[in-house]
Design a protein around this ligand. Structure first.
Ligand SMILES: Cc1ncc(COP(=O)(O)O)c(C=O)c1O
Length: 377
């Protein structure tokens, strides 16, 4: 697709080939593991041979996601498989990797429990400080910087272009976990990142019924390295997931629009409640991330965070609401609340919650949450 289409068109049509009469609008999944080779010698980019390395359903999904990211995409079985590949395909023993200290906790565990075992030195930097660290020469000798912006769960934002400039000057690779923003909400490759990574378990597929992840890059050499890593380590997703992911992605623009509209209304409810402190939504003018999010991101999404007094207050809120389900993960069609301290991994107070707005009617969500908050604090 070359025309400058809008997000709705791109969500549906990205990656599509020119139509062939008689072909389905959206091809059905192909489930084969091996494919007939006939008498042709196998060649790269030619016949399908074996589904761990290449197969048509995956290719179609990857073409679509890659087009949204502005690069070439490789899909993985989960977001963590994608992040693992994005790091391990490019670093070696003795290298130094910078990770966000306030990012998704399993990414931090990947650094502490796995990368460290292979002699990779991991330095954790808070998202709001990485730009200063980069400007003060703090990336000298670093092999890779992984950013997560907005960070999960506090939703701090960092300047991808500024960090990428400093990192490139030091010869470091820059990867961005773009999960919260989605490829419609932020395009890290255009901002100078080498790799953009997503947990497509979240908003990209958005129905809370599958696990997927991806890495995209505009650099053919990095793509080939990553593809080799995936082929050899085997974290390729199955065709059913890829097909379901592609099908779900068609509504990304619609879902994001409703989720963001819900988040804007919910932010007002939370801001007006005496029970709530430290409300965060990067698209609220009062939010510390607002100026940078407005410059760097393309559109808002439905993820917010805030604090209630304590664990018991969160439990009371959850017992009073009918439309806000207690669940981890985010970006799905259901509205959810996650008390992050219950997982014992994030440095957050006991009453800290992450809210993910679904696509229910705004008025219903607002009424339900307002009633649940009423008299809580
Ligand atoms: C920001 C972020 N990155 C990566 C992941 C990992 O994704 P997955 O659960 O698909 O492995 C998550 C999961 O919550 C996440 O929030």
């Amino acid at each position: 697709m070359t025309a400058p289409y809008g997000d709705g068109t791109r969500s549906v049509r990205a990656g599509e080939e020119a139509p062939v009469p008689g072909a389905p609008l959206r091809p059905s999944p192909v489930f084969a593991a091996p494919f007939h080779l006939g008498d042709q010698p196998p060649r790269e980019g030619g016949l399908d041979a074996y589904a761990r390395t290449d197969q048509p359903t995956l290719r179609e999904f990857e073409a679509a996601v890659g087009e949204l990211d502005g690069g070439r995409c490789l899909s993985f079985a989960t977001g963590m498989a994608a992040l693992t590949a994005a790091v391990l395909a490019f670093v070696r023993s003795g290298d130094r990797v910078v990770l966000p200290s306030d990012g998704y906790y399993t990414t931090r565990m990947l650094g502490a429990e796995e990368l460290a075992r292979f002699g990779i030195e991991v330095t954790e930097v808070p998202t709001p400080e990485i730009e200063r660290v980069a400007a003060e020469d703090g990336l000298a000798g670093v092999a890779m910087v992984l950013l997560e912006t907005p960070s999960n769960p506090r939703l701090d934002v960092c300047d991808i272009a500024a960090v990428a400039r400093a990192a490139r000057a030091e010869g470091a690779l820059v990867a961005v976990d773009n999960t919260t923003a989605t490829p419609l909400g932020q395009r890290p490759l255009e901002l100078g990142a080498h790799l953009t990574v997503g947990s497509d378990t979240k908003a990209l597929t958005g129905h809370s019924d599958l696990l997927l992840g991806h890495v995209s890059t505009a650099d053919d050499e990095l793509f080939a390295r990553l593809k080799g890593f995936r082929d050899r380590t085997g974290s390729t997703p199955g065709p059913f997931e890829a097909w379901l992911g592609h099908r779900s992605m068609s509504t990304l623009d619609l879902r994001l629009a409703r989720q963001a509209a819900n988040a804007a209304a919910v932010a007002e409810v939370l801001a007006g409640s005496a029970a709530v402190t430290n409300l965060r939504w990067p698209w609220r003018p009062e939010d510390p991330s607002y100026p940078l999010a407005g410059r760097q991101m393309l559109r808002p999404n439905g993820v917010l965070s805030c604090e209630l007094a304590d664990e018991a207050t969160v439990a009371r809120l959850l017992s009073r609401t009918r439309l806000w389900s207690a669940a981890t993960s985010f970006g799905g069609v259901h509205s959810t609340i996650d008390r992050r301290a219950q997982w014992g991994a994030d440095a957050v107070p006991p009453g800290f919650i992450r809210l993910s707005c679904g696509i229910e009617d705004t008025a219903d969500l607002v009424a339900d949450l307002s009633a649940a908050l009423d008299g809580l604090g």
